[in-house]
Design a protein around this ligand. Sequence first.
Ligand code: ZN
Length: 226
Amino acid sequence: MTVGDAPIEDEARQIEGIGESIEMATETRSEIRSVQDILRAACFAGEEHASERRKGAAQEPYINHLLEVAGLVANALTEPDTDLVIAAFLHDIIENTRVSKDDLLHKFGPDVAELVAEVTDDRSLPQAERKRRQIVHASHLSVRAQTIKLADKISNLRGILNSPPADWGLPRKREYFAFANKVVDGFTAPNPFLKAEFDTTQRKFENLTGLASQGKNEVPRTQGES
Ligand code: ZN
């Protein structure tokens, strides 16, 4: 290296340094925007579902379910997917509130709107038909929609284990667990982290109901159930 080259090399290093700083600043800005977008979705979901409670005996605020589903999805990600976490927060919003797919399109963009629509049941149909369609459509869902559905089913199963509806006896709980199993069995690409959690939850239920059928008292009988 000659003495005359030094300033040019310094300048090149400086430019490289500026480039790296700009890249870091851009990454930081996009991370901040991602956190802001997710919180915006969480607040929106909280407002829209404000009057709803879970069916369980504890009557938990509905937002607890949405937080659980979004948390499960976020923990299962192997690469960033802000829209998927947002859609997880909003997965019941079309089904349970007056918010439409169009509203989601304007507020959160087409990707989120499509994802939420994909995991939305047609509420005009009877419950049995809606369940049948969930099983039939499971294999047609996109991989990302399968991730939301799987997290949703885990949350529902945990709800039945920890705080079942007061009028749900063992047969009804068994029926729901069997239904959830059929839906999840239909998935073509279940997220491995969530599938493991789903299987663990199923096993917990089987162990508890096994104990119950042996006449032990670990599973409290719900009201109205013999
Ligand atoms: Zn849900």
